[in-house]
Every structure is written in structure tokens, then in C-alpha cells.
Design a protein around this ligand. Sequence first.
Ligand SMILES: Cc1ncc(COP(=O)(O)O)c(C=O)c1O
Length: 413
Amino acid sequence: MEISWQILQSLEKKYGDSFYILDLRKFENNYQEFLTSFREIYSNSNIGYSYKTNYTPKLCQSVNFMGGYAEVVSQMEYDLAIRIGVHPSKIIFNGPFKLKEDIENAIVAGSIVNLDSSHEVSIVENLAQRLPDEHKISVGLRCNFDVGASNTSRFGFDVEGGELNHAFNTLNQLNNCAVEGIHCHFSTPKRSVESYALRAKKMLELSKFYFQERQPRFIDLGGGFFGKMSEDLRKQFDWPIPSYQEYAQAIAPQFKNQFSQGVGPELILEPGVAIVADVMKFVTKIAGVKTVRSRQLALATGSIQNVKPTLNDKNLLMRIYKNDDFNREKLVGQLDIVGYTCMEHDCLYKGYQGEIGVGDYIVFDNVGAYTTVFKPPFIRSSPPIISYDSAVNEYELIKRRESLEDMFATYVM
Ligand SMILES: Cc1ncc(COP(=O)(O)O)c(C=O)c1O
């Protein structure tokens, strides 16, 4: 993507002083590369794209077009999938909180519903008993086991404590309900290949134990993989950042070996970060500069909420596009780029060394995951998203800037 100060200025004139740029083709390339890494080893692999990571409809539509599942964790996300044309059978409904009617509707519609607790098992039991015996339904179960993380995960059925066993037994006793698959998802800070090798091993053992000669329809290993990173960002981690291929090598051969006779179950992966993080940039402008005692501050038209609303302490990769007005107010040396909110912690970049002046544009990279979905309308409305098509070098608005009416439409005035 060719960017210059002049290009950013012309985009600002059209779309305002801060905006996201989404590279849809890059997303599609990531998706295909991730999937191919697994399919080359174990052909019955597929992706369930994690909607919550970034549910920009254009992205979700492209997943549907490429044959992937919509991985949703709320009725809102489920409804979005249906609204953009996803067939119910291509929706995976996960998450710890699902209403009774949401579970029932999704199961009856033929979606994959991965149950998370015994409360949800009771809902399914009740549904199965109300349906005639010839109306067959199926569900998946989320498994929770030790993957060496410092925290005990709160999701799914405890494998060691017997909860998973109990859920299987309860559901298998029903005439018209089958457990058709097993699911897990863990977020561990290091996202290491070893941890994925362990998840695959554990899930394959569970599959053997619970399904015996009949194999499950799917084994879903969840998401949590690292995505692609520039060298600068990699350096900020004290551990290796695996590639798609390294993850695939840790997982897929185990499936290939266990199911060497014929077609094995569908191996589902649920990447969010891994395929979407590097496909969005955030553009913001420097509106003013000042110095408070020895602290130099450049005020941006964006906020920390636009680039890292989950508040991590890393500096994202960014580039500065300088306004060539020689007389602009500027700072030189060590400085912080701070945001428009009234919060002290609102610092988009700490300790930048160099020159920044009023009218410069700052472009942050790697802001495709957990940004637009997390940012509340705090103090300023959410910025627009512009999609960039590298094939024709064109920009198109795919989410307009929020207006006062949008933000306050749900309040009574
Ligand atoms: C069930 C499930 N699947 C997939 C994901 C996606 O994780 P990530 O964006 O880290 O790949 C999440 C994230 O929390 C999740 O809870």
C-alpha cells in the first residue's frame, strides 16, 4: 500500500482526521495461507473465523465466500452471520453465555453449538425431550484441561474432575441427541507451538476415549495463534513468534497419524488475531504539541482506545508522515504521543525518539484485532473504516464515521 502525506491528507479531507484502513486482500491471503498450512498435511481442515476479534461485515462475508465457518459467541454475532448470508450450518456458536432460546434455535437450525456448562446441557436435554425421537439433534462439548497456563481457564467442562464425562453420559442417554464433536480454546501468553501440540494430543485422546470406533464429525482446537509481525514488533516479545506453518506442523501430523485410514473428523481452527491483526492500519493526525516540565507531548486526534483498547504495554509499530510545512510547531527528542481523551493513561506511543510536528500523520500498524469491536464511544465517536484494494489502488468507505445521532439513538432524550 503506497502511502504519503499527500495521500493521507486527501483521505482526511474525505473521511475526517482519523480513520482505519483495511486491506481485504491481505486478509484473504492470510486466511488462505493459514488454511493451506493445515490442509497440506491434513486435508479435512477448516477455519472458523472468530467474529469477535473483528466483525467488520466485509471481512465476515469474505470468510463465508471462502468456505469458512462463522465462529460466534453471542446471539448478536449469530444474527450478524445470518444477516450477511451465512447458512446456519456454517455457524459455530461458542461462548459461556447463551440464552435458552438462542441455544434451541441454533441447534434446530443445524448450527454447531459447543456447550460450555452443565446448565447448557440441561437446556439441550429439555429440548431433546420435547422433540419427537425422529428429530435428531447434535451438539459439541468444550473441553477444559491443563495446558500449563498460570491461570485455570473458566471455560468448558473439566476433563479431570469428571464434568465432561457427566455431560457425555447425560447427552448420550437421549434417543435423539448426539455429541458430534469436541472443542477447546485456551489463551496463553506465549501461544507456543508446544502448547498447541499438547492441545492436539489431549483432544485426540479424548476423541478416542469418547467416540471409540465411531469418530466425531469435528475436533475444534479454537484460536489464540500469533499472527504475522514485523521484526520491530517481534523484538518486543521475549519468546519466539511461530509461523502458520509451525503451528500446522505441531497439530496436523497428529491428526494425519490418528486418522490414517480414510477421512478423519474435520479439524477446525478458530483464528482471530492470527489472520486479522496485520490487515488494518489506524491513521491519526498530530493536532498540537506542548512540553510539561521535561515531558514532551504530541496530541493526536486518535486515542489509545483506537489502537490498543485492551491496554497492553507494547508500543505498536508506527510510521510518521511529515507535514512539509517548514514553520509547523514541532518537538524534537524523546516524546509521548497522547490521545484526545481526558485519561492520563491515554498514550498511543511512549518514548518516541525523533521529530514530530503539528499536521504530521501517524500510521499505526497491526491494529486489526480487538480494536474496532472493543472501542466504546468514549468522548469522541468511532472513526470510519476505509477499505483499500491493492489490485486497483482504490479506497472505499465501508464504515462511516459515527454521528451524534448514531451514538445517542438508544437514549431517551
Ligand atoms: C472460543 C474462541 N475461539 C477463538 C478465539 C480467537 O482467539 P484469537 O483472536 O486470539 O485468535 C477466541 C478468543 O477469545 C475464543 O474465545
